[in-house]
Design a protein around this ligand. Structure first.
Ligand SMILES: Cc1cc2nc3c(=O)[nH]c(=O)nc-3n(C[C@H](O)[C@H](O)[C@H](O)COP(=O)(O)OP(=O)(O)OC[C@H]3O[C@@H](n4cnc5c(N)ncnc54)[C@H](O)[C@@H]3O)c2cc1C
Length: 369
């Protein structure tokens, strides 16, 4: 089959690796001109570990894992600790997880893609027409072209272009969870934090993760959905700074400078994508494009790998594309539902809304001395 994949991150690269190895003619278009850098450590867990083994990248993931203690320490504005959560034990209950920087996972998966796959960086889908027996696609970029494919896979993330073209506007499917999040991958100044430390004010969170080598910062705040250009980094810096006024506590004064200067700030709404089906005709969505579980589910990377593998398996097992796409949806539905349910738990712990909620969280996970 001739398959077009839109998006060259976790979902797209896993699909390209598996489908390319299965002998399909795969073209992958990625909008950014190089690997899309940014983000902090992500988790590869559950069935995604089996996908990693089947791709032969499990050992690479292990070799590149980052080691943080399984402990989030919650402090007050003076830095005094009050509570401790052990995420893997308290929330996910999934031993054997691999925590690894997002950039490393993307790099390792990119290396697993066979040479025969055509990778077009700086390209995107301009339009697509599903003609029943094939999909005709206009590919935009430095050298625009129009080609026919047997299947188009949208692996282009939360703001998926393929979803918009084939299924409809983002607002129909993205459910905003009332939060925004910003990530500074590596601080240029030493914040003096060597574990995972979290400071809350009602509706706001500052998390610093240090592992001896570097410190990264995750900032989050509660807000209704606002209209902004999700590609405009200056808008991201302005929104984050406005959300944390000058008197915000703990380390925020230093972190404010990092927001202004970080070269690879990642910022986005915390949303889930909820769809009745992830396929239509000869178009399928994989990963955040189809079923983003949100930043705070801890499941985005694993879902993307698991989903890409489920689609590749279904295409191998079934006689026709429609049968394969139906099998893919059936296989993924319970997996996606379970991952979506986890997001609420993480947000409750990390984003108490009032001072009383902060105190209640701290009592529940009180620091044992
Ligand atoms: C820069 C960045 C940083 C992130 N940081 C974190 C983090 O710190 N923690 C966390 O839990 N999650 C983070 N995420 C989200 C996380 O990567 C995903 O939840 C998860 O890995 C699922 O991956 P995905 O491949 O489905 O989507 P994504 O990783 O979002 O990848 C989508 C890909 O599609 C590309 N793309 C977008 N539009 C188009 C288009 N029109 N045409 C072609 N390609 C397109 C993007 O450039 C990107 O490479 C980040 C995502 C990005 C893009």
């Amino acid at each position: 089959m001739h398959i077009l994949i839109s998006g060259g991150s976790v979902a797209g690269l896993t699909a390209a690796a598996l489908l390319g190895r299965a002998g399909h003619a795969v073209t992958l278009v990625e909008r950014s001109t190089g690997p899309r850098q940014g983000g902090v450590a992500v988790d590869v867990r559950g069935t995604a570990l089996d996908v990693a083994r089947s791709l032969g990248v499990y050992e690479h993931l292990i070799a590149n894992r980052v080691t943080y203690e399984d402990r989030f320490v919650f402090v007050d504005r003076n830095g005094t600790p009050h509570a401790v959560v052990e995420p893997n034990a308290d929330v996910y209950d999934s031993p054997g997880d691999i925590e690894i920087s997002r950039d490393r996972v993307v790099g390792i998966l990119a290396d697993a893609v066979p040479d025969g796959v055509t990778k077009l960086h700086g390209y995107w889908i301009g339009d697509l027409q599903d003609e029943g027996s094939h999909v005709t696609v206009g590919i935009q970029g430095p050298d625009p072209r129009r080609e026919r494919f047997d299947l188009v896979i949208g692996a282009d993330g939360l703001h998926s272009n393929v979803r918009r073209l084939a299924f409809g506007a983002e607002e129909r499917f993205a459910r905003h969870l009332g939060l925004y999040v910003g990530v500074i991958r590596s601080c240029s100044t030493d914040l003096g934090v060597s574990d995972t430390t979290v400071y809350n004010e009602p509706g706001r969170m500052v998390m610093v993760r240090g592992n001896g080598d570097e410190q990264s910062v995750i900032l989050g705040y509660r807000s209704c959905l606002v209209d902004y250009d999700y590609r405009d980094v200056d808008a991201h810096r302005a929104m984050l700074t406005a959300a944390f006024p000058g008197d915000a506590g703990w380390r925020f004064r230093e972190i404010r400078d990092e927001i202004a200067s970080s070269p690879d700030l990642y910022f986005d709404a915390v949303s889930q994508v909820v769809m009745p089906s992830w396929t239509t005709g000869r178009v399928a969505l994989v990963g955040d494009a189809g079923y983003c579980a949100s930043f705070f589910s801890g499941m985005g990377t694993s879902l993307a790998m698991t989903g890409a593998a489920a689609l590749a398996r279904a295409l191998h097992a079934e006689a026709t594309v429609p049968q394969a796409l139906a099998t893919y949806c059936t296989a993924m539905r319970p997996v996606v539902d379970a991952a979506h349910a986890l997001a609420g738990e993480g947000a409750k712990i990390l984003f108490p809304t009032t001072d009383d909620d902060i105190a209640r969280r701290n009592r529940r996970y009180t620091l044992k001395v």
